[in-house]
Design a protein around this ligand. Structure first.
Ligand code: MTE
Length: 322
């Protein structure tokens, strides 16, 4: 990744936690009451809360189920989650996506399911929103650059979608392909990565109950800079696995090189499991800086999800399969 050190967030930009927690309480308390005031959004279950305009203009996601997979760690403030981003389609610095991603149009939007499946089909994003009950999943996100966040995603397990399309016996890997459209994504006019952005998972990883198809965060639809309208979240892997603004999901018998592997296969492997004992060639992965905190903390094996995922890698040399 074209990254240096992650110590570039000014303390003045780290917004007071209390403000965000109270905003969060306000959001959940107001979800129901704002329903009556809602202006129309395409999908049922989505309500655009007009009273919420000052804090955010994003549409709310109602009736999010709580998840047993959520961490109870302190949330990263909304402002940091939505202004400190990696989304190279909108530039290579962290602040560009929030400033530039207004050119992305998340409606209309479709995701096509291709490759080794019984039911190749195209889902409209509003149909996808209704495919399974939406859950709130509070996950740690650990970026390969050495910073981390705790984000309340909204979405459903990717396995729900996979079960519907019925992969056949050849389907061993799943590829996630982001939108390619330089008109909407000005960063694609530069060849910093091989576009479109592509990431992949092994089928068992894709089916794992932790793997989320995220459609929102902080109780609202995904902001453009966070990968609207739909992105992947596999929380035990480095953040770059989580392809944003997905338009295609392809099942295949062989793994496909991801955009980062093509850019630098020495530095970025297919698995990209968070592993504090395997350094990036240019820096240690032993510690991380939680956004909003001053002191670094130890990075946990599989980003703290070892109990749930370690068995998938039994017998594998994780230095070789990084
Ligand atoms: N997806 C696309 N399409 N383009 C990107 O540049 N960056 C990745 C990942 N998904 C990226 C992407 C990286 S490096 C990280 S760390 C996460 O998105 C960041 O997600 P966030 O900005 O929502 O925190």
């Amino acid at each position: 990744m074209l990254i240096k050190k992650p110590d570039d967030i000014k303390s003045s930009e780290i917004t007071d936690k209390q403000l965000y927690l109270s905003r969060r309480e306000f959001l959940s308390a107001s979800t129901l009451s704002l329903g009556a005031l809602a202006t129309g959004m395409a999908a049922p279950g989505l309500l655009l809360g007009s009273n919420e305009a000052q804090a955010s203009t994003a549409a709310k996601l109602n009736d999010l189920r709580k998840s047993k997979f959520s961490t109870d760690e302190k949330l990263t403030p909304y402002k940091d989650v939505t202004t400190y981003n990696n989304f190279y389609e909108f530039g290579t610095d962290k602040y560009s996506p929030a400033q530039l991603a207004h050119t992305l149009n998340p409606r209309p939007w479709t995701i096509s399911i291709e490759g080794e499946v019984k039911h190749k089909k195209t889902y409209d994003i509003d149909a996808l929103l209704k495919l399974a009950p939406l859950e709130e999943r509070i996950y740690r996100l650990r970026c390969v650059e050495g910073w981390s966040m705790v984000i309340p995603w909204a979405g459903f397990p990717l396995s729900e979608l996979i079960k519907q399309v019925e992969p056949n016996g050849n389907a061993k890997f799943v590829e996630f392909i982001s939108l390619q459209d330089p008109k909407q994504m000005p960063g694609q006019r530069s060849s910093v990565l091989d576009w479109p952005y592509v990431e992949g998972l092994r089928i068992d990883e894709a089916m794992h109950p932790l793997t989320l198809l995220a459609l929102g965060l902080y109780g609202e639809v995904l902001p453009n800079q966070n990968g609207a309208p739909v992105r992947l979240v596999a929380p035990w892997k480095y953040g770059f696995k989580n392809a944003k603004s997905i338009v295609k999901i392809r099942f295949s018998s062989t793994p496909t090189a991801s955009s980062w592997m093509k850019a630098n296969s020495n530095e970025y492997g297919y698995f990209a499991n968070v592993n504090p004992t395997v350094d990036h060639p240019r820096w240690s992965q032993a510690k991380e800086r939680r956004i909003g905190e001053f002191l670094k903390r130890d990075t946990l094996m599989f980003n703290g999800y070892a109990e749930q995922v370690a068995s998938m890698y039994q017998g594998m040399d994780l230095r070789k399969f990084y």
